[in-house]
Design a protein around this ligand. Structure first.
Ligand code: 5MM
Length: 337
């Protein structure tokens, strides 16, 4: 077993998942604005530090993805954020892409940037305590999208990123997100997501990435947010498993889904069904941002000094997601706090 494979398994095993707390300052400001909390460095730190010192960190959260600002911050008692995360046996990760821009040659599709100077930044993040990283490629979906251009360009960037990250001794999370926006059916999502994932693995192979030391962070197979199709959690799980089984090489140790705009219960119920039916050989867990933080953020915003109350809300959500990562969740557990 290589060191990178060990890190990936440490993050994902035993029902543990990933807390995606890597919102850029712009996104975090939107989240804080939505609950009427002023977005400054101290408030962003306070909310995140509250989550990272919760008791569920040791049982449920194998890794936390941080943003550049957070990985450099210190708690009130002088610990760095990676030290705080490590103290519960969890690992610190870092988002290393620098965001998206319009892709030249396409009207509205995006390309993720951040490859220039990445080798040097990675060494810096390793020194700061990061042991894994994340890069998100974003794909619009419609009749014409994602275009070949977008699939090729974003997959190529994801693979070049992953190769550099492994060279720096860290595990790359490869996140190709086919967005939920649109009126496409689940079948459309399945077809387009399959194309994207297939291309990503062709590029990863070309770039000589050791797949045993990677984590895939895909979207689930869902109908678009504006599609009237009614689909059960069982069907979502079946389509998602079929897509991943067909397109992900068996050396990949695990898959950690993004929540992508599903609410907390949907994201938990779908992950649970996926694990009940999982016949792929991959660990299937969560790497949720909104679906782990929403309720905690809402509660915290009413009194930002209520640390214990906020942690109770977060602990419950993390516990439910960890049960779902083992196929042991059921709706009635939501009320037993
Ligand atoms: C946590 O949000 C991340 C995006 O932040 P920026 O858009 O500010 O860069 C995002 O990449 C996130 O990690 C994934 O999309 C998963 O988050 P959700 O909320 O979809 O589970």
């Amino acid at each position: 077993m290589t060191e990178l494979n060990k890190i990936a398994l440490q993050i994902l095993s035993n029902g543990k998942g990933i807390l995606a707390a890597d919102e850029s300052t712009a996104t975090m400001t939107k989240r804080l604005d939505s609950v009427k909390v002023h977005s400054d460095e101290n408030n962003r730190l306070l909310f995140r530090q509250t989550l990272f010192s919760s008791s569920s960190m040791s049982k449920c959260i194998g890794g936390v993805i941080l943003y550049d600002e957070t990985i450099r911050q210190k708690t009130s008692n002088g610990k760095t954020i990676p030290e705080l995360i490590n103290s519960s046996g969890s690992l610190a990760g870092i988002k290393v892409d620098t965001g998206t821009k319009i892709l030249a040659g396409s009207k509205e599709e995006k390309i993720t940037e951040g490859l220039d100077g990445l080798r040097e930044r990675l060494n810096d993040y390793y020194e700061l305590g990061a042991r894994f990283t994340k890069w998100r490629g974003v794909f619009l979906i419609s009749e014409d999208y994602p275009s070949h251009l977008s699939i090729n360009a974003n997959s190529h960037a994801l693979a070049r990123y992953a190769a550099l990250v492994q060279e720096a001794g860290m595990v790359p999370i490869i996140e190709p997100e086919v967005l939920m926006d649109g009126n496409h059916t689940a079948k459309d999502c399945m077809n387009k997501t399959s194309k994207v994932i297939k291309k990503c693995y062709e590029e990863l192979d070309l770039n000589k990435v050791d797949l045993t030391g990677t984590i895939l962070k895909p979207n689930m197979i869902l109908p678009g947010a504006d599609c009237s199709e009614q689909i059960s959690n069982e069907e979502i799980a079946e389509l998602t498993l079929e897509c991943l089984k067909k397109n992900v090489p068996s050396e990949v140790p695990g898959i950690a889904f993004l929540s992508g705009g599903q609410n907390e219960i949907e994201a938990t119920a779908n992950l649970n069904e996926i694990n009940k039916k999982n016949n792929t050989g991959f660990i299937m867990t969560y790497s949720y941002g909104r679906a782990l933080q929403q309720s905690a953020l809402k509660f915290w915003s009413k009194d930002i000094n209520n640390i214990i109350g906020t942690q109770e809300i977060f602990d419950h959500r993390a516990k439910m997601c960890t049960l779902a990562a083992q196929g042991k969740w059921s709706k009635n557990l939501e009320n037993k706090k």
